[in-house]
Design a protein around this ligand. Structure first.
Ligand code: ATP
Ligand code: MG
Ligand code: MG
Length: 548
């Protein structure tokens, strides 16, 4: 065992191998292609692939595509991209829809055995007669149709003779079972709809509870891992495998799904955000989708380490989103060059610096990783600093620039604020400062100390850049709640500013990542960056109080 730490599913596998119940481990990741994958799916992906890998087993990517109305090839494509980007290579690439013929034949077998029947009740009537936890269900008046009649009707359902909802195929199990899932569940429904894979060849489609166990059995999956809400479905899963007389004997195991604070984690709601243009597509950097996290600047390593750290449990809980942020910081700490960016520029003229002169200053690329070497950054009479780093009337303990005060410019000199230039509205538009050549960084100057160090960018060579700063999409701390979901959306989840970065970043490419001095980690946006203007997505700030 390599990648994963101990967990209850792993212990089951160890035991199954020891007793000879299985002789190899086959898992699957089974998304429905009805949306993009999110960070919750990443937990399931890591779990399935890592577990199989621990035992030199196999993992299939299987599209559970049994609902033609919501599925699309766009999603099939994005899901493959995301799984591969996370760093996993599937053994088999399968579609549940490629098993439709076999599933149909197994349904015919159920009918022949008297274990399934065609029912004419509407969806509403079926729901009403299903009973409750305390009351048994009522048997359908169609429950005792003969095998011949059922075979004939099921065939005619397939041939398209009946409209949507006119008939369903139901398992004949037990209307008084304490488990409502066992009260003659629907196995097939009619839907005259074009399927992304099978086109118009079918107008009846198997339900998840029927298709899923059969898909697992057909592929020889040994350990079928799903989320806790399916625990009550397990008896039906076993019933389908047994009554359809499948040769392979997969078993279902349930684990707690991932919930994150301040994060929407349902495909249906994420789709609503996309469709109603609350966000700019599935890969908007504010989205908790894998593609959104990628565009934001998260790395596969950070997501995998996060998934491993949260582990698998048997009870639901909400994980603090700060923990995910902790892992991206950890991953980028030694990898990302530390450069300077001014997000909201204020011009500074250094009046005693020679006009027209540009000198190159030495800057370390990453003091925590000396192998990243050094770079040369220009310095001259005109620079930009951050608007926030100047205050005309500073409060106590403000150690940055104010009239008469001296600060250190990172990698450069001490400067002192001599004069404040304002426009006709009284807004500060420029500062006039003086510098002290004795204080050059690296010169060993010890004559006097200053309390503040600020960052800057030389004005004539500065590269214009756009910075996108994010806040959580949800206002609430506790993750998704019931009620009107769109009302919980944070109206200020993105703030855009226009500023500058140092010229050393001229050849930055999509997805290059930097730590901007004092601002935190940023990713070069892969969609909106143009040759004359870099766009940076804020990944995460520098510090957090979060400890694992
Ligand atoms: P959603 O409820 O967000 O629509 P889903 O469960 O319907 O998700 P599927 O495409 O059916 O999405 O999921 C594929 C796999 O990912 C399933 O095995 C499912 O259990 C797992 N999965 C989905 N959401 C989570 C989550 N939040 N945490 C862990 N696993 C998840
Ligand atoms: Mg779903
Ligand atoms: Mg699902």
């Amino acid at each position: 065992p390599k990648a994963t730490t101990s967990n209850f599913i792993k212990n089951i596998i160890i035991e199954d191998l020891r007793t000879g119940k299985v002789d190899e481990v086959i898992t699957r990741f089974p998304p429905e292609p009805n949306g993009y994958l999110h960070i919750g799916h990443a937990k399931s992906i890591c779990l399935n692939f890592d577990l199989a890998d621990d035992f030199s087993g196999k993992t299939n990517l299987r599209f559970d595509d049994t609902n033609p109305l919501k599925e699309d090839v766009e999603f099939v494509k994005s899901i493959q991209e995301d799984v591969a980007w996370l760093g996993y290579q599937w053994d088999g690439l399968f579609f549940a829809s490629n098993y439709f013929e076999e599933m149909f034949n197994r349904a015919v077998l159920l009918i022949q055995k008297g274990k399934a029947y065609v029912c004419d009740l509407s969806a509403e009537e079926i729901r009403k007669t299903r009973g409750t936890l305390t009351e048994p269900g009522q048997e359908s008046p169609y429950r005792n149709r003969s095998v011949e009649e059922n075979l004939d009707l099921f065939m005619r359902m397939r041939q398209g003779e009946f409209g949507d909802g006119a008939k369903v195929l139901r398992a004949k199990i037990d209307m008084s079972s304490p488990n409502i899932n066992m009260r003659d569940p629907v196995l097939y429904r009619i839907a005259h709809a074009t399927h992304h894979n099978t086109g118009d060849s079918w107008c009846i489609y198997p339900m998840y509870d029927y298709a899923h166990p059969l898909g697992d059995a057909i592929e020889g999956v040994t350990h079928s891992i799903c989320t806790l809400e399916f625990e009550d479905h397990r008896p039906l899963y076993d019933w389908v495998i047994r009554e359809c007389e499948m040769e392979a004997q997969p078993h279902q195991y349930e684990f707690a799904r991932l919930n994150l604070t301040q994060t929407v984690m349902s495909k249906r709601k994420l789709k609503q955000l996309v469709d109603e243009k609350v966000v700019d597509g599935w890969d908007d950097p504010r989205m908790p989708t894998i593609s959104g996290l990628r565009r934001r600047g998260f790395t596969p390593e950070a997501i995998r380490n996060f998934a491993r750290e949260i582990g698998v449990a048997k009870s639901n809980s909400v994980v603090d989103v700060k923990m995910l942020e902790h892992f991206i910081r950890e991953d980028l700490k030694l990898k990302a060059p530390r450069t300077m960016a001014v997000l909201r520029p204020l011009k500074v003229v250094i009046t005693n610096y020679p006009e027209g002169q540009i000198e190159m200053l030495d800057a370390e690329n990453n003091p925590e990783n000396l192998e990243m070497g050094h770079r040369q950054i220009p310095f001259s009479r005109e620079i930009y600093i951050e608007q926030d780093d100047f205050m005309e009337k500073p409060p106590k303990k403000y150690f940055r620039l104010f009239p008469g005060n001296e600060v250190r410019l990172k990698h450069a000199y001490f400067i002192r604020c001599e004069e404040v230039i304002k426009d006709e509205n009284g807004d500060v538009i420029e500062l006039h400062c003086t510098y002290d050549p004795e204080t050059k960084s690296g010169s060993g100057f010890t004559g006097r100390k200053v309390k503040g160090t600020i960052h800057w960018v030389e004005a004539s060579q500065a590269l214009p850049a756009e910075f996108r700063l994010y806040e959580p999409l949800l206002l609430d701390q506790e993750g998704e709640k019931d009620g009107s979901f769109l009302e919980q959306i944070n109206p200020n989840s993105m703030e855009i500013s226009a500023g500058f970065v140092e010229p050393t970043m001229k050849d930055s490419k999509a997805h290059d990542k930097f730590q901007f001095f004092r601002h935190g980690y940023f990713n070069v946006d892969p969609k909106d960056t143009r040759e004359d203007r870099l766009v940076f997505n804020h990944i995460v700030s520098l510090k957090s109080s979060f400890v694992i």
